[in-house]
Ligand binder design. Structure first.
Ligand SMILES: [Zn+2]
Ligand SMILES: [Zn+2]
Length: 270
């Protein structure tokens, strides 16, 4: 059995976010075809600042999302389908996000930073030039500061794509200083009892490597931070993408197990 046949994909989107394709059932059927026995749908939670329809579902769609994922779970008893969500972190909407998360019985929440505090979306291709103008190092620093803040809230279970600022291949000038910031964020993540994910979407982006980078993953392993796997699929065929490679990366970083989110159990890597 291949590695990806055994590990659940916990980072899967749906059309509701406005930038993914395919019926939700098609994602589930792909996971079943790969031999997964557990997966999670984690579409973007509505944002309460800087929102655009192409980024996340609208607030009035959230109840329908919850219902649709639970209905999928009932329709496909051969796989355990968890109700997850990927929530953006903004300092000024912490309270509102907390209320919305508490209002629904999500099985887990991925906390992600895609935006700086002023709403600058550093993972949007339309901002590729602006990233350089703003300063690559400054973007890394601010993103890790926000990741650490997010971890401190206790609202999230898993940190999404930890080193996302590298998406388009932008590397920090002062790599050592930025790595210190990243390690500081990891220490906060560890203290909060959160997991990190290996997000394989990075292999499909200009940077050409998974999030987080091998060195950061090794730091996470050394801190005892649990690990999940996510494809960040925005199309059905992306479910479970590169999970074999991701398992190799995890092993090389010092991981021997992965976190199963249904019961928070530790499962040996295949
Ligand atoms: Zn994301
Ligand atoms: Zn995502």
């Amino acid at each position: 059995m291949s590695a990806r046949a055994m590990i659940g994909d916990y980072h899967v989107h749906t059309q509701l976010c406005g930038h993914a394709e395919g019926e939700p059932a098609a994602y589930v059927e792909r996971a079943i075809a790969l031999g997964m026995t557990e997966m999670g749908i984690a579409d973007h939670l509505p944002m309460f600042v800087h929102w655009e329809p192409s980024l996340t579902m609208a607030m009035e769609q959230l109840d329908g999302y919850v219902t649709a994922v639970r209905a999928l779970a009932a329709r496909y008893p051969e796989i355990r389908i968890l109700l997850g969500v990927e929530a953006d972190y903004f300092e000024e909407t912490e309270e509102r996000v907390g209320e919305v998360l508490a209002h629904h019985d999500f099985d887990y929440v991925i906390g992600s930073v895609h935006f700086l505090g002023d709403g600058f979306g550093f993972d949007q291709s339309r901002n590729m030039q602006a990233i350089v103008a703003r300063g690559v190092d400054a973007i890394y620093r601010e993103s890790y500061r926000l990741v650490a803040r997010a971890a401190g809230t206790g609202l999230f279970d898993v940190v999404g794509h930890l080193d996302l600022p590298k998406k388009f291949g932008h590397r920090p000038t002062d790599a050592a200083a930025i790595e210190l910031y990243a390690r500081g964020a990891l220490a906060t993540i560890a203290a909060a009892g959160m997991a990190v994910e290996i997000n394989t979407a990075g292999w499909r982006k200009p940077v050409g490597e998974a999030y987080p980078a091998a060195a950061l993953l090794a730091s996470a392993a050394a801190l005892g931070i649990p690990l999940t796997f996510g494809s960040d699929a925005h199309a059905p065929e992306e479910v479970g993408a590169d999970f074999d490679r991701a398992v190799e990366l995890a092993r090389a970083a010092g991981y021997a197990a992965t976190l199963r989110l249904s019961d928070r159990g530790s499962v040996a890597l295949p």
